[in-house]
Design a protein around this ligand. Structure first.
Ligand code: SF4
Length: 231
């Protein structure tokens, strides 16, 4: 007769085997996404990545892969899942949040406790161009000193869509947090991490910012012209 402890032992072994299989399958799906841009079972992938985030990093390390890959997969899946809703959101209901580390090291701008760092358009870094385009499109634009500031901004502005720029880890965590507030969040990770003068792909940010803008404007003008005119 099988003893109680044997049953518990077997259950533990089976659970561990299932967990490991799930992690390996998800890691393979993630690699397929990053290397071949093929997205299979995105919801399962995202669920596993969020629920087993630390274990995922351990498995990635065990296979000689960078931990950054785990965050890159999370960002990519969220970008894919949120893209449509993001593109349908009018720019006036979107925010763009960039980290202070992309500023020039001699940036003259100062921190405001409510709105973050207020760019003075000195032109020493790409933020001047990002800010100009964000304002032209109608976004609310923020340069933030850290993740807790982002939470404060989200709470105060309640955007329907958000575009974030940050290092892989912060971006993945931030996107996870913001998605729970039914905000269509998209992200562009930094090309070079660090505390100062980090690097970003400006073209990718601009491309993402402009997602759906023409369609949203076209839709708005159609609904204006079809609404009854007052005589
Ligand atoms: S462009 Fe703006 S953010 Fe960049 S260094 Fe000048 S003031 Fe600072």
């Amino acid at each position: 007769m099988v003893s109680f402890y044997e049953i518990v032992g077997r259950l533990a072994v089976y659970s561990l085997a299932i967990l490991l299989a799930l992690l390996l399958v998800s890691l393979l799906l993630g690699l397929l996404l990053i290397k071949k841009k093929k997205l299979i079972l995105p919801h399962l992938l995202l669920f596993t990545m969020d629920a087993l985030y630390l274990q995922f990093k351990k498995v990635a390390r065990a296979f000689g892969l960078s931990e950054k890959l785990v965050d890159a997969i999370g960002i990519e899946v969220r970008n894919h899942l949120n893209r449509e809703k993001f593109a349908r959101t009018p720019p006036s209901e979107r925010i763009l949040v960039v980290p202070q580390c992309i500023r020039h090291i001699r940036c003259p701008a100062r921190l405001d406790a409510k709105t973050g760092i207020s760019c003075k358009d000195c032109g020493m870094c790409i933020i001047k161009d990002l800010k100009a385009e964000a304002e032209r499109l109608g976004y609310k634009f923020y340069i933030v000193p850290g993740g807790s500031f982002v939470k404060r901004i989200i709470k105060a502005t309640k955007p329907k869509a958000a575009l974030g720029v940050a290092c892989h880890r912060d971006l993945n965590m931030g996107m996870h947090e913001i998605s729970r507030k039914s905000c269509a969040v998209m992200g562009v990770p930094l090309l070079k991490d660090g505390c100062v003068e980090t690097e970003v792909n400006l073209e990718e940010i601009l491309r993402t910012m402009r997602l759906g803008i023409e369609e949203v404007a076209h839709e708005a003008s159609r609904s204006c012209s079809s609404s009854p005119q007052k005589v």
